[in-house]
Design a protein around this ligand. Structure first.
Ligand code: GLU
Length: 291
């Protein structure tokens, strides 16, 4: 049997909500149905967006739903030296450039960066963001849930940022490195990250890392068609309703659980989910939930 390593990678920007539970559960069930490992990575590389206490709260919420990860949780904030090393490698290979374009310029370009600073040779130590040169063309993969995907470099918005003006490494770089270096074989996560997947595959190619397989779960939306998130005021998961939350998430994942399953323990619900998991019945369109 081939080995399987999956992961869940929340950012500590607030407590988990139903949308995050669906991502956690989808990645957990796919890993466990393959007798695989399920790792937890806390993506805490963006201190300005971090909410105090969110890291511990997320761990507790996962435990309260019976979602136990394998091994110790990994914290991106402790891996900055690794990101720096690979950043330097990209820089050395002339795959990066500094860009001091103000935000309004990019907005005027409708978010599609035109390569203005590519050949300006700005100093990396100046007040500038660092972008990766994105070759023109399409980036494709065979999605485990959505089937064949292909995104063009212009749809991705062109050369993207790997180190921000405030010198923080970008989510794209950190995740591409962690997934590549931790030997993650399968990434199951929300469809809101499709564009990110294309960027991360591109970085794997530049860095000589093997890309995992990707499967994108349906976004969970509210009755106004908005993705559940902190911005849309999605309520925090209530651990006192762990059974109901898991049952609802199984339903969103297309598993059609028995109506009274929410009365069972989390362990029993998860065991039911593992034995009934079928990636082919996961919906491919956003799913509305009133929670
Ligand atoms: N940390 C990201 C988030 O919470 C998800 C990253 C991922 O699954 O790759 O949205």
């Amino acid at each position: 049997m081939t080995s399987y390593t999956g992961r869940f990678a929340p950012s500590p920007t607030g407590p988990l909500h139903l949308g995050s539970l669906v991502a956690a559960l989808g990645s957990y069930l796919d890993a466990k149905a393959h007798s695989g490992q399920w790792l937890l990575r806390i993506e805490d590389i963006d201190p300005p967006r971090e909410i105090t206490g969110a890291k511990d709260l997320i761990l507790r919420q996962l435990e309260d739903h019976g979602l136990c990860w394998d091994g110790a949780a990994i914290y991106q904030s402790q891996r900055l030296d690794i990101y720096r090393e690979y950043f330097d490698q990209l820089k050395h290979n002339n795959q990066l450039f500094a860009c001091d374009c103000p935000r309004h310029r990019i907005r005027d370009l409708r978010g599609i960066y035109d390569g203005f600073c590519r050949n300006r040779h700005l100093d990396f130590d100046s007040d500038a963001a660092i972008r990766v040169r994105l070759a023109e063309g399409d980036i494709g993969w065979n999605d485990l849930i959505l089937g064949k995907q292909s995104i063009s470099s212009s749809d991705l918005g062109g050369d993207f940022i790997v180190r921000r003006r405030d010198r923080l490494f970008s989510y794209q770089l950190a995740v591409a490195l962690d997934d590549g270096l931790e030997g993650i074989t399968h990434v199951i996560r929300g469809a809101d990250l499709l564009d990110s997947t294309a960027r991360q595959i591109y970085l794997h190619q530049l860095l000589g890392l093997v890309s995992p397989g990707y499967g994108h779960l349906p976004m969970v939306i509210n009755n106004q068609g908005q993705k559940l998130s902190k911005q849309t005021h999605a309520p925090a998961l209530d651990s006192d309703k762990s059974g109901e939350n898991l049952a609802l998430s199984l339903d969103i994942l297309g598993l059609n659980p028995p109506e009274d399953i929410s009365q069972s323990s989390c362990e029993e619900i998860l065991a039911w989910g593992i034995s009934h998991w079928n990636i082919n019945s996961v919906p491919t369109n956003p799913v509305e939930s009133s929670n």
